[in-house]
Design a protein around this ligand. Structure first.
Ligand SMILES: [Zn+2]
Length: 498
């Protein structure tokens, strides 16, 4: 069995595409969960892109142990210096530097000759090697490059000391057989390729990122790059969970093994969705809510007779407990903790007490507490806890659209109350909160969905607010009352602004 390395770029390619700003605490939470999942490399960010990114890569490098921590940089010395600085305290640091190699990128974007590109590529790797031994080189837009030129670039960077070479399909243009052929060509034509790890990085513009990654692996690549839930530029990156489970279900076909703990997949997916505010479609492979649901009578009948008739993956393998027990107000702390652990949450004793009180309040109001409710409570508990508390909220509607909201908040131990009129109840509430918190933001997105079934279901509100030009902040709020859920989401976003 060949070892396949899993390279996660949720915090770099994923975050960069969303335009949102995750705070350091949120990034750390994702980083720690990725270690639990067992990924080999965490690409934590692009340090030269902003002081905020530099700081969060530095923090992840210092705090997250158990995986290689990688930073992205262009093939220019100041970027590389900044990247090295961000990674200084990492246990296992890696610089990921590179340059575009396709004719259109070289001519139009870089305005460099192929000669100059080869020189810059080798120079960047040499420069990075002054700081550390582990240096990955990416040949941007490799799939649309001239394969003979690609070979030249790769030979130059390998000679300069690259330990990993990444051959991306940057624009998601490849089909599986073409991508497989390119990797095969590289494996057979590049001098010294046997001494480095060949990495693949696909995008999903034509819906083929997973398929392309699998053919890349068959052709000899031993590192795959991707994100959790497939988030990323445009149509997204390769969904790591899909590739991992494709290999898991047919390991003999691929002849590779990973050190992934598949039972952490569901929890990782939920965490990323919660923190980024990007919902997972219900029909999404592996991690969608319906991925293991059998709806038609014929299928249900088959599964009851023999699971494997319609089920290729045991849901427990990806961390979805088979028996959904229902908790009530009579369930104690122990039962709650046990269930939360099955659902992928590790809570400390202090956190448990806090979560238990929330659980009791919910159990009182809706009697039965389902898994979805627990995810919602946990999402709320994690999102909350910084500075602003919603004390009281009342809304009265007058006429078809106008509404008046009265809101009481506790801001840094001070109780403040105000009221405002708005275009509907949610608008009135947000306007009132604006008057109280006094942080001028622009609401860019507001979504509300129900997280469990029935009329007593919890409302799960997500807002995205723009704080300054390049800072989009996500807030989330959960409540059985949808207006209150919306208010909490808005407060949660505002409380993240420093
Ligand atoms: Zn990418």
């Amino acid at each position: 069995m060949r070892r396949l390395y899993i390279f996660d770029t949720t915090l770099r390619d994923g975050e960069q595409s969303l335009g949102i700003t995750l705070n350091v605490k949120e990034k750390l939470e994702i980083g720690r969960q990725l270690v639990k999942l067992g990924v080999d490399v965490i690409e934590a960010g692009f340090p030269a892109s902003s002081p905020g990114d530099l700081e969060s890569v530095r923090t992840i490098a210092r705090e997250v142990k158990g995986a290689i921590i990688c930073g992205l940089s262009r093939a220019v010395p100041p970027d590389i210096d900044c990247c090295a600085e961000a990674l200084r305290e990492a246990e296992q640091p890696r610089i990921h530097t590179g340059i575009a190699v396709s004719p259109v990128h070289m001519e139009k974007k870089l305005q460099m000759t192929p000669e100059q590109v080869v020189e810059a590529a080798a120079g960047a790797v040499k420069h990075a090697k002054k700081y550390m031994s582990d240096v990955e080189f990416y040949a941007e837009d490799a799939f649309r490059s001239d394969p003979r030129f690609l070979v030249r670039v790769l030979e130059a960077v390998i000679a300069a000391g690259a330990t990993v070479v990444n051959i991306p399909d940057t624009v998601g243009y490849a089909t599986p057989w073409e991508y497989g052929e390119l990797i095969d060509y590289v494996m057979n034509h590049v001098k010294g390729i046997e001494n480095v790890v060949v990495s693949i990085h696909c995008h999903n513009d034509l819906g083929m990122a997973t398929a392309n990654s699998l053919t890349g692996i068959k052709a000899g690549a031993s590192q795959i790059e991707g994100t959790i839930n497939g988030i990323g530029e445009r149509a997204g990156n390769t969904s790591l969970e899909e590739v991992i489970m494709a290999i898991y279900t047919q390991q003999a076909r691929y002849g590779v093994e990973t050190r992934i703990n598949t039972r952490e997949i569901a929890a990782t997916s939920r965490l990323v969705s919660r923190v980024t505010g990007v919902p997972v479609p219900k029909h999404k492979a592996i991690v969608g809510a319906n991925a293991f649901m059998h709806a038609s009578g014929i299928h249900q009948d088959g599964v009851l007779k023999e699971k494997t008739t319609y089920e290729i993956i045991d849901p427990e393998v990806v961390g979805i407990p088979r028996n959904s027990i229902v908790l009530t107000a009579r369930s104690g702390r122990h039962a709650l903790k046990h269930r939360l652990e099955e659902l992928g949450y590790r809570v400390s004793q202090d956190e448990l007490e806090n979560v238990y009180q929330k659980f009791l309040r919910l159990a009182d109001s809706k009697r039965e507490v389902f898994d979805d409710d627990l995810h919602a409570i946990m999402g709320h508990a994690i999102a909350n806890g910084n500075g602003i508390i919603l004390e009281n909220l009342s809304v009265s509607s007058s006429g078809a659209t106008a509404a008046t909201a009265t809101v009481t908040l506790e801001i840094e131990q001070q109780t403040v109350t105000d009221a405002a009129v708005g275009n509907g109840p949610v608008d009135a509430v947000f306007k009132t909160i604006d008057r109280l918190v006094k942080k001028p933001v622009k609401l860019e997105e507001y979504t509300l969905r129900s997280v469990s079934q029935g009329s007593e279901a919890l409302g799960d509100a997500t807002v995205k607010v723009r704080w300054n030009e390049n800072s989009l902040i996500v807030g989330r709020g959960i409540s059985t009352d949808v207006i209150e859920a919306s208010a909490k989401a808005y407060i949660n976003a505002l409380s993240k602004i420093k």
